[in-house]
Design a protein around this ligand. Structure first.
Ligand SMILES: NC(=O)c1ccc[n+]([C@@H]2O[C@H](COP(=O)([O-])OP(=O)(O)OC[C@H]3O[C@@H](n4cnc5c(N)ncnc54)[C@H](OP(=O)(O)O)[C@@H]3O)[C@@H](O)[C@H]2O)c1
Length: 242
């Protein structure tokens, strides 16, 4: 999907990759960008509409959905990553609340608009969705679960013309990776790679130098083949999702 003249909503838009996605959407000629943040952040560009949106707050999600009348692209970007060692159940719950349930609830709320526009859902995930990173196992669990959810939504919504994309990011230089000393790509280049992948219609987007080498093996691998095979079994009740 081409971004020019489109309406885009990005969660976690105040810093890191989310902020870079806002700027990149504007650079590509988006008509309107809803910038979802926990505290309002003004933007000089008139096309940006700041929106208070904590993805764990049902009331804020419902209010945000009422504020938007048309939407082409939803980018579930908001996320948390906390170092842990699986000894604390709270850490798993915290990650699931934002990275899985947050993205799911926001998606459901905006689904009627996305169905109407035959739009796109872009879920910012991680290579840790494919293989756990043992310094952040709870985060990895949440991203694996969010990837699986992404695959189900892709199957559910294909008949409605809504495309659902997974972004399998490698390390990007943001607050989230502060202290993790590995080569990192810039948030700006990640945002470009994400929109490039969306414009090319890639289901699974590998937008940075660390993730790109995985792309071909993933797309031609047995797991992807199974996803395609299983996607035939969509229940009629999938229409009730939103
Ligand atoms: N950086 C990486 O290497 C990397 C790699 C793979 C995947 N990712 C994914 O990319 C996405 C963006 O990460 P980032 O690197 O830009 O991280 P970041 O700089 O830490 O930014 C995280 C963003 O998520 C927001 N957020 C956190 N909890 C929220 C909530 N409950 N409701 C709404 N917004 C919330 C934050 O808002 P506040 O400012 O209010 O906290 C912030 O805007 C995440 O989903 C992350 O998992 C990042």
């Amino acid at each position: 999907m081409n971004i020019t003249n489109k309406t885009v909503l990005i969660t976690g838009a105040n810093r890191g990759i989310g902020q870079a996605l806002v700027n990149e959407a504007l650079r590509r000629g988006a008509k309107r960008v809803y910038a979802g943040t926990r505290s309002p952040v003004p933007n000089a560009d008139k096309r940006v509409k700041p929106m208070t949106l904590d993805v764990t707050s049902v009331s804020q999600i419902e209010r945000a959905a009422r504020e938007v009348d048309t939407l082409d692209v939803l980018i579930n970007n908001a996320g948390v990553a906390i170092y842990d060692d699986l000894t604390n159940l709270d850490a798993i719950e915290q990650h699931l609340a934002v990275n899985l349930f947050g993205a799911f609830k926001v998606t459901r709320a905006f689904l009627p608009l996305l169905r109407r526009s035959k739009g796109a859902i872009v879920n910012n995930l991680s290579l840790a969705a494919l293989a756990p990173l043992p310094i952040i196992p709870a985060y990895s669990i949440s991203k694996a679960a969010a990837f699986n959810m992404t695959q189900s939504l892709r199957a559910f919504l294909a008949g409605d013309g809504v495309t659902v994309h997974a972004v399998l990011l490698g390390p990007i230089d943001t607050d989230m990776t502060r202290g993790f000393e590995v080569p990192k790509a810039s948030p700006e280049s990640a945002a470009q790679g994400i929109f490039d992948g969306l414009e090319k219609g890639e289901e699974d987007i590998f937008p940075d130098p660390a993730s790109r080498p995985v792309a071909e093996g993933w797309r031609t691998g047995v797991v992807k083949a199974l996803e395609r095979q299983f996607s035939a079994f969509v229940p009629q009740s999938a229409a009730n999702l939103g």
